[in-house]
Design a protein around this ligand. Structure first.
Ligand code: B16
Ligand code: MG
Length: 217
């Protein structure tokens, strides 16, 4: 029986990918190359460090260890600037209502995000007190598709992996949930997230019962 929901943050609860993109593009431009929205798709769910490695590969650029650290700090500074303005209006369609439907059913809810800015974002959008557990990029050492973030969330909720349903927008995140032996609902396009047990365009008009009915028992 499914008794817990674990939500990814960026791309599931809130659309912060566009702000990550603006900050990475600004960094790439400052290093002398461009970074397109198409390339940004590859960064969804990918940790900050792995994202920078990927961008540098795309730009054919190498940095010393000090320069690499400085670049991460610069990018995050710009990202924080961009997300200063976000509020509850940036919650993705139906996500807050869906979260409430899971809680009303007595399910436990956790956040499982790669972002080190997750708590700040949850505060800005007014959802920080809605979760029974928050596991973010500050609490894990292995990036998705490693299952660490979701296994830690299950541990904090005191439930077994098979009791959990993960909601993920990224291919790496779907794989992380499968690696954790959890049920996984993709949020986005079925053609991209085909490994998930089921895929929704978004949460609009759906309750947790609607979604549980679409999962294998
Ligand atoms: P930060 P998620 C991920 O969040 C984003 O999808 C990814 O683009 C970002 O690089 C990563 O968090 C790290 O974020 O720089 O804020 O620590 O989708 O796992 O909620
Ligand atoms: Mg995501």
């Amino acid at each position: 029986m499914k008794t817990a929901c674990i939500f990814d943050l960026d791309g599931v609860i809130v659309d912060t990918a566009k702000y990550h993109y603006l900050a990475w593009k600004r960094l790439a431009n400052s290093l002398g190359f461009d970074f397109t929205e198409h390339d940004n798709e590859k960064l969804k769910g990918v940790s900050r460090i792995e994202s920078l490695k990927l961008i540098l590969r795309l730009g054919g650029k190498q940095l010393s260890a000090e320069e690499f650290e400085a670049a991460l700090t610069r990018k995050n500074g710009w990202y924080l600037e961009y997300i200063q303005k976000i509020g509850p209006e940036e919650i993705l369609p139906g996500a807050a209502e869906f979260l409430q439907s899971a809680k009303a059913k007595g399910m436990k809810v956790a956040l499982g995000s790669a972002s080190k800015n997750a708590v700040l974002i949850l505060e800005r959008i007014g959802l920080v007190n809605e979760f029974d557990a928050i596991v973010d990029g500050n609490k894990v050492s292995q990036a998705k598709p490693d299952p660490e973030v979701f296994l830690k969330a299950a541990q904090e909720l005191a439930v077994d992996a098979e009791q959990c349903v993960v909601f993920e927008d990224a291919v790496a995140g779907v794989q992380a949930a499968l690696n954790a032996k959890m049920a996984v609902v993709g949020i986005g396009e079925a053609s991209v997230l085909h490994a998930a047990h089921t895929v929704l365009a978004n949460f609009s008009g759906l309750s947790v019962d609607d979604v549980l009915a679409r999962l294998p028992a």
